[in-house]
Design a protein around this ligand. Structure first.
Ligand code: PMP
Length: 424
């Protein structure tokens, strides 16, 4: 985090946790951070600031309140740019979330593609990074190729060369899977994409909540993420794009605030990012996201990542010992983050989550996690998922493991009393 200087203090999960009002409930073991992370007080305050003290539209007003709102909105854009090491705030387009950022890209960058051009995604993608490209393929005759995953739920990069053809114009991959927790080897992807002249987009929805990135050092062209997974509000997200690429992209949505001049005959669109932000933007949420990323920039992420890895290891180690439990994702901690999905043979994952909530106060999520092709490739229709954050504690993991132990022994009793051999 070079441009942010040193974090203000060494990492300590308990004091980080104390900054999150909702986590003061000792009966709540919140392990659904991949769906939505909690919000610290400083971000709650920043979110309230717009409505309490600065509420004015950000475009066109010359009175003091409007200037204050615009300054806060643009300083949030600058905070995003600093956190991801963009070359300039003008490269940061505010959207409503990851989904709307990818749809924007698929329409706007997609409009530059020709029939027969290719887009490469993978079997690991969230539906948000699958369906917009599938629609583009139907709309414009673009060919959609899919990089398969390995048996343990990582991108199968050994198959990259064969899937990445000369007509590929964009490689759009997850930076980190929301189901398997697998991290993408970006250097390898970028090198292969460059060899055929393709651009690279990473879906950072799951990776950015675990620490700052440097989009320039990564060598990518586009990055997308959501505010609510980064300790900020809902209804806000980001499309970062290299300035020279954004400059070539036609608008996706048209309307107010995104033109230089409109006449009866013609329209001259504004430069990015405004060209890509039609209408009144989500001003309060953008200000909240800026505050959330500033909060993140002050955290000791080396310490936080060590802490998350240790807790992840505890979860993985216990799951490996429980009969009938299968982890869907890599076991090597260098290849994953603390998003741990698993199946308990013979128990519906939704029932696992209900039991853990009612008896142990553990909040987990079950289902296909908006990644049906991925979950189906494991021969399943759903999995239970525990996902960690820097404020997760050993007490959260203890509650999860106690709950899982109890479920595993109940399952053994049921299987044994029914006379069937327990599946392992
Ligand atoms: N991509 C990934 C990897 C995700 O985890 C999610 C959210 N679960 C999304 C995209 C979609 O994000 P949003 O719903 O905020 O648009």
């Amino acid at each position: 985090m070079a441009r942010h200087g040193q974090p203000s203090r060494a990492f300590d999960a308990a004091s980080v946790r104390a900054e999150f009002p909702i986590l003061s409930d000792p009966g709540l073991h919140y392990l659904d951070n991949a769906a939505i992370a909690q919000i610290p007080t400083v971000v709650l305050d920043a979110m309230g600031l717009f409505d309490r003290e600065l509420r004015a539209n950000v475009h066109g007003g010359v009175y003091r309140l409007a200037c204050g709102a615009l300054a806060a909105y643009e300083s949030a854009r600058a905070a995003v740019a600093r956190f991801i090491h963009a070359q300039s705030p003008a490269e940061v387009v505010f959207t409503y979330g990851t989904t709307s950022a990818i749809n924007l890209l698929a329409h706007s960058f997609g409009a530059l593609l020709q029939e027969g051009d290719e887009v490469l995604i993978s079997q690991l993608e969230h539906h948000s990074n699958l369906l917009p490209w599938r629609q583009l393929a139907e709309r414009r005759g673009v060919v959609l190729r899919t990089l398969p995953m390995t048996q343990d739920g990582r991108l199968d990069l050994d198959r990259l060369e064969e899937t990445l053809r000369p007509r590929c114009r964009l490689v759009a991959l997850t930076h980190c899977s929301n189901v398997t927790g697998a991290l993408t080897d970006v250097d390898r992807v970028v090198a292969a994409a460059r060899a055929v002249g393709a651009k690279v987009m990473l879906d950072g929805a799951q990776r950015l909540p675990h620490g700052a990135i440097d989009v320039q050092a990564l060598g990518i062209d586009f990055y997308v993420f959501s505010g609510h997974k980064c300790y900020g509000p809902t209804g806000i997200g980001v499309l970062w794009g290299k300035a020279e690429l954004l400059a070539t992209m036609p608008p996706f949505m048209t309307g107010g605030q995104m033109i230089r001049r409109v006449t009866a005959e013609a329209v001259d669109y504004a430069d990015p990012p405004r060209r890509l932000e039609a209408g009144t933007p989500p001003i309060g949420p953008a200000i909240g996201l800026g505050a959330a990323l500033e909060w993140m920039a002050r955290l000791d992420w080396d310490g936080a990542q060590r802490h998350e890895r240790r807790l992840t290891q505890r979860v993985l180690a216990r799951l490996a010992e429980l009969p009938g439990v299968r982890v869907v994702g890599p076991l090597d901690l260098c290849e994953r983050i603390g998003v741990v999905s698993f199946d308990i043979a013979g128990i519906d994952p939704t029932e696992v989550c209900r039991a853990l909530d009612r008896r142990h106060g553990v909040a987990l999520r079950a289902g296909y996690h908006c990644a049906q092709p991925l979950v189906a490739a494991f021969g399943l229709t759903g999995v239970a998922r525990a996902s960690l954050a820097p404020y997760s504690t050993d007490a959260d993991v203890d509650a999860l493991l106690e709950g899982l132990d109890a479920l595993a022994s109940e399952r053994c009793r049921l299987v044994t009393s029914s006379g069937a051999a327990p599946a392992s």
